[in-house]
Design a protein around this ligand. Structure first.
Ligand code: NDP
Length: 479
């Protein structure tokens, strides 16, 4: 037995009240979709159907835009202080109902309850509080004289942090005086639908927040609508490129938060046990479904064997299984498609010559699961070292000199995040200065704060979310 024995500690799902069928949220109320078509959302840990959601079409998007335009007339007359009151109310309600949201997120998305409860939900509330605080102080954030909100903003979010990505997008947009049409990912719509209920409860003016569920075609209809003034997107680099091309000939604001292939660099003078813990957190957090995941372990050659041996031992203790079990470290892979993608890339890593280590955990019968995986003996040219796997898979590359560490780390089309592990402050600064990444952590990983801007370089996108800079993404110079 390689894992510690624990009794199960299952979070009750009785707190959530999932409806059999959901409409779309327009004009401040739920209504039927024009398309009359629907999609099933399932629990990736059991494959059980949780609910049926509407597949929004072009007409639904158009209705949402008309609703948003009416909402903007009301929202733009409110002062910053008045807008802040709504955001504070939403933040407080999210806190009050955070257990319910956390269970729903884990059911719909497969992430461990200890992460949805202790990471996602506190961060979601913190984002609403943070941007509520700025709403009446925009002139203190930047000199916003001569700047105005875009107006009707389209926001498209992915399935890895559904409610957190909603908060990253909706809170700053509303704080700066914009109105929103949100398109959540088709596999994780339920927390966004519950958020729409909160908007009704706080009495947010109709049309200020609109929600159209659906698939990629719904997202594309939102992008193509001529009356949208700004698109904020988080997701794959492929769809990000499509959006940029699609909007190239329009006067439209664009923020793209795309993929990543972050280097987590461990120098030979690092505190090894802490670095092992940080590397584990960097890649196995949220099943590795994290755009800024530390998916490349860039390890100084002379500590390779010692580090890998400690890392494998630590990985064996990771508990994979029921997301609602409070002891679970790694939950379900979000969808069959994502599982297939991970499996294909891992098989390719083996075919190309990488040495694979997988933990001995037992995987549940139903649902989508992948064992925590470590590759050593990989070359920088292998696909597992270049492509975003978006799963619990870590690829090790080695270096001898700090210069070589920089060369390997920057040898990627992405530039979202990086980690540095060393006991020397000067080495941290030297390394950080040379890394091409939007966010760099030193002797830690995956730390987030609403006050800190987040975003990438190169094919990881552009624009910043969070912090004062996140406000600028929703303001444009008055013409
Ligand atoms: P996508 O980029 O396809 O999905 C992100 C969002 O965009 C979803 O809401 C999706 O809707 C929507 N969308 C899809 N197609 C279009 C379109 N043509 N126009 C407008 N919106 C669209 O990511 P996937 O879910 O397909 O994941 C694929 C890969 O992308 C992953 O394996 C991972 O590597 C990467 N990814 C990166 C993320 C990040 O944070 N950087 C987040 C998610 C994925 P729907 O879900 O309904 O298709």
């Amino acid at each position: 037995m390689n894992k510690w024995d624990y009794a199960e500690s299952i979070e009750s799902s009785s707190i959530v009240n999932i409806q059999k069928k959901y409409g779309i949220f327009i004009d401040g109320k739920f209504q039927s979709s024009n398309s009359k078509k629907s999609l099933k959302t399932i629990s990736p840990s059991t494959e059980e159907v949780l609910s049926t959601i509407s597949l929004g079409n072009k007409n639904d998007i158009n209705d949402a835009v008309q609703s948003a335009k009416e909402g903007l007339k009301i929202w733009s007359k409110l002062s910053g202080t008045q807008r802040a009151k709504y955001l504070f109310k939403l933040a407080r309600l999210i806190q009050e109902r955070s257990r319910e949201f956390a269970v729903l997120e884990s059911l719909d998305g497969g992430k461990p309850i200890k992460e949805s409860r202790d990471f996602d939900l506190p961060q979601v509330a913190a984002n609403f509080f943070y941007f509520a605080g700025w709403a009446d102080k925009l002139n203190l954030s930047w000199n916003t004289n001569g700047m105005k909100p875009y107006g009707v903003v389209g926001q498209i979010i992915p399935w890895n942090f559904p409610l957190l990505m909603l908060s990253w997008k909706v809170a700053p947009a509303l704080a700066t005086g914009n109105v929103v049409i949100l398109k959540p990912a088709e596999s994780t719509p339920l927390t966004a639908l519950l958020f729409a209920e909160l908007c009704e409860e706080v009495g947010l003016p109709p049309g200020v927040f609109n929600l159209v569920t659906g698939d990629g075609t719904t997202g594309a209809a939102l992008v193509q609508h001529p009356e949208i003034s700004k698109i904020a997107f988080t997701g794959s680099t492929g769809v990000g490129k499509y959006i940029q091309k699609e909007t190239a000939d329009r006067d439209i604001g664009l923020t793209l938060e795309l993929g990543g292939k972050a280097a987590n660099i461990v120098f030979n003078d690092a505190a090894i046990d802490q670095a092992v813990e940080g590397v584990v957190n960097g890649i196995f957090f949220n099943q590795g479904h994290v755009c800024c995941a530390g998916s490349r372990l860039v390890l100084q050659e002379d500590i390779h064997d010692q580090f890998v041996s400690k890392l494998e031992k630590r990985m064996q203790s990771l508990r994979v299984g029921n997301p609602l079990d409070k002891n679970t470290d790694i939950g379900a892979i979000n969808s069959r498609e994502q599982l297939d993608k991970i499996s294909e890339l891992v098989n390719n890593g083996v075919d190309e010559g990488g040495s694979i280590f997988q933990t001995e955990c037992e995987l549940p019968q139903n649902g989508f699961w992948f064992k925590p995986t470590l590759f050593t003996n990989a070359q920088p040219s292998y696909r597992i070292a270049r492509e975003e796997i978006f799963g619990p898979v870590l690829t090790t590359l080695t270096f001898r000199t700090p210069e070589e560490a920089i060369e390997i780390s920057n040898n990627t089309e992405y530039g979202l995040s990086a980690g540095i592990w060393t006991e020397k402050g000067s080495k941290i600064l030297w390394t950080a200065d040379r890394l091409q990444a939007g966010v760099i952590w030193a002797n830690t990983f995956n730390k987030f704060d609403p006050a800190s801007p987040f975003g990438g370089y190169k094919e990881s996108g552009f624009g910043r979310e969070g912090g004062r800079h996140g406000l600028l993404s929703y303001l444009k110079v008055q013409s």
